[in-house]
Ligand binder design. Structure first.
Ligand SMILES: O=C(O)C1=C[C@@H](OP(=O)(O)O)[C@@H](O)[C@H](O)C1
Ligand SMILES: C=C(OP(=O)(O)O)C(=O)O
Length: 423
């Protein structure tokens, strides 16, 4: 396990963020479900994307990456009726592929590592057996499923993870009969469902939104296509906050009209008082007089750690609410974010479903626990833009889950990230 040292600096410059991890997951799956060859570009590999590529190959599809273009051939998808699906640490991959394997009547065993074996899957192990697919588990991973999933009505809570809904939306249209997904609690992470429906439409499959969920017409077929991905707003946020707290940073490749919910980062930083200039495919954020605000995290869970860093330097007390679901991500992100900032000299109070963050002029620096969570380690990196001393974080390479080139891009705008091979 390596640590990484971040030395104080003033960020200044331009970065191009990788394609949206969420968008690429969806495009790969839709392409694999299509009976033909699709080209997805640009695609940047990360551990989570490699997990999704591994899963479509385990089910019989093929994928080859060349010059950031991923060619996916779905001709032989579902050829394999027994498969081992290694989801790595990717919650999206796990929740998307459980129904995808079930509609293909695949005897599938799901495995994973890190926190993934403990992240919730009970919504599926309860719902799928009622529709023909048995689930064998000790409560987490490994999970073994067996039996043809049948169309019908699926009652799913909207406030645990939208990924369960995305998985069913991706899978159900290829069954003969129609299906319904009925929400049993208000939907959170709405933007991710919009992203799913938009991507499916580009591959020829349509979903009807209803008053309390979605109607999925059966007998549909995915059509192969050439698909263009857009830049990752969740990753852009780390560089945008660097600009907001200490310098001036331009992020290229992020679309103003993206369906990604995390594009809200631009609006939120403007509300804090940062100077935000947004063009069609880039955003520039410059340091401003930051003042405390209230942030509803229900639709933008992945932004909370890094927006908390912005709040750490905003005059007054920022409230982050409706963030309970952060406790079931790669780590308990409420606890980890509060600990990160408090250990560095910030003032954060952890609540059951959020954080109260009182601004300080700068952090002291020190040692922090990265909790093997890419977004905690990348947030620690952002802290170095307003820190008196060095910051050393554990789990340096956790960034490989979503952004292997993060340190390269971070150092390209003046950052001083130095990976220490301590053990
Ligand atoms: O569908 C997706 O691509 C994602 C959904 C979100 O999870 P929740 O829906 O559980 O909030 C988010 O945290 C995750 O990084 C990606
Ligand atoms: C939580 C995340 O991803 P996943 O749920 O796919 O593991 C993330 O990227 O922050």
């Amino acid at each position: 396990m390596s640590d990484v040292k971040f030395s104080p600096f003033v960020p200044n410059g331009t970065v191009n963020v990788p394609p949206s991890k969420s968008d690429v997951h969806r495009a790969i799956i839709c392409a694999a479900m299509a009976n033909g060859v699709s080209r997805i570009s640009p695609v940047a590999l990360s551990n989570d994307i490699k997990a999704t590529i591994g899963c479509i190959k385990a089910l019989g599809a093929d994928a080859v990456l060349e010059n950031n273009v991923l060619t996916v051939d779905g001709t032989n998808m579902y050829k394999n009726k027994t498969a081992l699906l290694d989801c790595g640490e990717s919650g999206s991959t796990l929740r998307f592929f459980i129904p995808i394997a079930a509609v293909g009547n695949v005897n599938a065993t799901f495995v994973g590592k890190g926190k993934l074996p403990q992240r919730p899957i009970g919504i599926f192990t309860e719902a799928l057996p009622k529709a023909g697919t048995t689930c064998k588990t000790e409560g987490g991973l490994p999970l073994e499923i067996n039996g043809q999933l049948k169309s019908g009505i699926f009652e799913i809570p909207g406030n645990v993870s939208s990924q369960f809904i995305t998985g069913l939306l991706l899978a159900l249209p290829i069954l003969e009969g129609d299906s319904e997904i009925v929400l049993t609690s208000p939907l959170e992470s709405v933007g991710y469902i919009a992203m799913t429906i938009r991507t499916m439409k580009q591959f020829g499959v349509n979903i009807d939104t209803t008053e309390n969920g979605w109607h999925i017409k059966g007998g549909q077929t995915y059509k192969s296509c050439n698909y263009t991905t857009d830049g990752d707003w969740s990753q852009a946020a780390f560089f945008m906050v660097l600009g907001a707290v200490s310098g001036k940073v331009t992020v290229k490749g992020v679309a103003k009209d993206s369906t990604q919910g995390d594009k809200k980062c631009a609006e939120i930083l403007a509300r804090f008082g940062a100077k935000v200039t947004q063009l069609d495919n880039e955003v520039t954020v410059e340091k401003g007089e930051l003042k405390a605000i209230t942030i509803d995290a229900s639709q933008i869970p992945d932004l909370v750690p890094v927006l908390s860093v912005c709040a750490a330097f905003a005059e007054g007390t920022t409230k982050i609410i409706n963030a309970e679901r952060l406790r079931i991500k790669e780590c308990d992100r409420l606890k980890a974010t509060a600990e990160l900032l408090n250990n560095l000299g910030g003032k954060v109070k952890e609540l059951s479903d959020g954080l109260e963050i009182t601004g300080v002029s700068s952090l002291k620096g020190g040692n922090v626990n990265g909790y093997n969570d890419h977004r905690i380690v990348m947030s620690a990196a952002v802290c170095a833009a307003r820190s008196d001393e060095d910051i050393t974080a554990t789990f340096a390479m956790s960034i490989n889950k979503s952004y292997p080139d993060f340190y390269i891009d971070y150092n390209s705008i003046g950052g001083k990230a130095n990976v220490l091979d301590l053990r």
